[in-house]
Design a protein around this ligand. Structure first.
Ligand SMILES: *[C@@H]1O[C@H](CO)[C@@H](O)[C@H](O)[C@H]1NC(C)=O
Ligand SMILES: *[C@@H]1O[C@H](CO)[C@@H](O)[C@H](O)[C@H]1NC(C)=O
Ligand SMILES: *[C@@H]1O[C@H](CO)[C@@H](O)[C@H](O)[C@H]1NC(C)=O
Length: 444
């Protein structure tokens, strides 16, 4: 029985193969199937990277994401990457065009000027798509004719023209880009308060690059990401390099500045390019706070009307030292006693920046007007930049004091956060209960 069934199957297969042979029907290899034999490389892509960080074969470099970007003449694609700066060789772009391999085109490698002398640095690889190619995926080669030996790992091209946005409206008004969570960072209370503060100010999406984090914070972030407010991007940079925990190569060592912060900020700008009106580039312990408006939308409506050609708005950073507590302790709430992390409502004393030394900003940008960004300034942009006045907007940054010698009396009292306290407290309680960080004592 079994044997005859096999025999019948074999005959059918033979018959179909003969038919194909006779009528010349070509069978297209479906995506994600086993790579075709090496001598038969006429369909693609063979192997699509499903990782955020893709090593480039035969080099020391890492590819992150490829984006359509036709703002600079002569280029179509920007591949956000991390390159080893002392080992840059000539590279060639290879495209997958509607299932067919393209000819190679020369790649232009642009290492960002901010690399802080680390061996690896944020890098853009610029490519031109050859004529008549409907490019879907891209990869780089070290030799123009070495397609066969390379078995390339393809990167999908994002922000393509086909992803239409309806009647010129963006999916989001405001996206916050948070770079690089690492170690066992578990500052849950400040994280929840900050995310809820962003929401009250009108932020629609928070993108977070995650190498690792503490257990409670992980639970909190899983919940926010299930809900869609937070977009977690895996960032396993430690699997590929020895990332530095700092920004100073001789002091902190390592291959790459601050877990690749410069690359993730740029990746986030491009990820947001066609879907978010504005992008806020700040850290998770920082809140870009309007002081004359209830929310970011009315702030930006005003600023943009006053400065129509501006795409980069610089916001001054202000430190609220965590060692000084507001004396009445009215926000030292009993339900938060066992939640790990800083309670930002308790820190109302603000340092005056030392303006005689360098004083950093963070930014609100229109991503479409940014080509390359660093942490405190953009490196290449279109349009103008504007320093937003302090009384209009500043950053509330609760952290270790920057000028630790200052006494409480020498600091400014700033209770701007308290204007949001009712909603903020109730929203933070809600999310902490949802993930089981609050209310567990009562049940035990
Ligand atoms: C990279 O090249 C090596 C040989 O040099 C090959 O074994 C491997 O499959 C290639 N990997 C990818 C992802 O292309
Ligand atoms: C996304 O924005 C970039 C930069 O403005 C542009 O080159 C690209 O064509 C845009 N894509 C879409 C689908 O609008
Ligand atoms: C963050 O990254 C770690 C390490 O890969 C992972 O175990 C964890 O689930 C991630 N957390 C979230 C919320 O994505």
């Amino acid at each position: 029985m079994d044997k005859s069934r096999h025999l019948r199957k074999a005959y059918i297969v033979l018959f179909v193969v003969t038919l194909i042979f006779i009528f010349g029907i070509s069978v297209k290899t479906p995506w994600k199937s086993i790579p075709p034999p090496r001598e038969n490389l006429d369909t693609c892509p063979f192997q699509i990277s499903d990782q955020t960080i893709t090593p480039l074969n035969n080099t020391k470099h890492l590819l992150v994401s490829a984006f359509m970007d036709q703002r600079v003449k002569g280029f179509d694609i920007r591949i956000i990457s991390i390159f080893r700066r002392d080992s840059i060789q000539t590279l060639y772009c290879l495209f997958c065009c509607a299932g067919q391999l393209s000819n190679t085109t020369p790649a232009t490698v642009l290492v960002h000027s901010d690399h802080f002398s680390f061996p690896f640095g944020a890098t853009d690889v610029m490519c031109q798509i050859p004529p008549k190619c409907e490019a879907t995926h891209v990869t780089l080669l070290t030799h123009p004719n070495d397609v066969k030996s390379l078995n390339p790992n393809w990167v999908p091209i994002r922000n393509k023209k086909t992803e239409k946005k309806e009647n010129n409206k963006f999916q989001f008004d405001f996206t916050v880009c948070i770079s690089n969570l690492f170690g066992d960072y578990n500052n849950v209370l400040q994280f929840a308060q900050t995310l809820e503060m962003y929401r009250l100010l009108g932020v629609d999406r928070v993108v977070i690059y995650n190498t690792s984090c503490g257990p409670e914070l992980n639970r909190l972030l899983k919940s926010y990401s299930d809900e869609g407010f937070v977009e977690m991007v895996p960032w396993p940079i430690n699997k590929h390099l020895k990332p530095s925990r700092g920004w100073h190569v001789t002091e902190h060592g390592g291959d790459l500045h601050y877990y690749g912060q410069l690359t993730t900020l740029n990746e986030c700008v491009y990820r947001s390019m066609n879907r978010s009106r504005y992008v806020l580039l700040n850290d998770i312990d920082e809140i870009i706070m309007p002081y004359q408006h209830d929310n970011l939308k009315s702030l930006m409506d005003m600023l943009q009307k006053q400065h129509p050609k501006t795409g980069v708005f610089l916001i001054e950073n202000h430190i609220f030292p965590k060692k000084h507590f507001e004396p009445s302790r009215r926000f030292n709430l009993p339900q938060w006693k066992k939640v790990p992390g800083i309670n930002i409502l308790e820190h109302i004393y603000r340092e005056d920046p030392q303006r005689n030394i360098y004083h950093p900003h963070k930014m609100i940008v229109q991503p479409r007007m940014v080509e390359q960004t660093s942490v405190h300034e953009v490196l290449k942009n279109f349009g103008e930049r504007y320093k937003v006045p302090l009384d209009v907007c500043r950053i509330v940054h609760v952290r270790v004091a920057l000028q630790g010698h200052l006494k409480m009396e020498q600091l400014n009292i700033d209770k701007r956060l308290w204007d949001f306290n009712e909603k903020l407290i109730s929203n933070v309680d809600k999310v902490l209960k949802k993930v089981g960080i609050l209310g567990s004592e009562q049940q035990m």
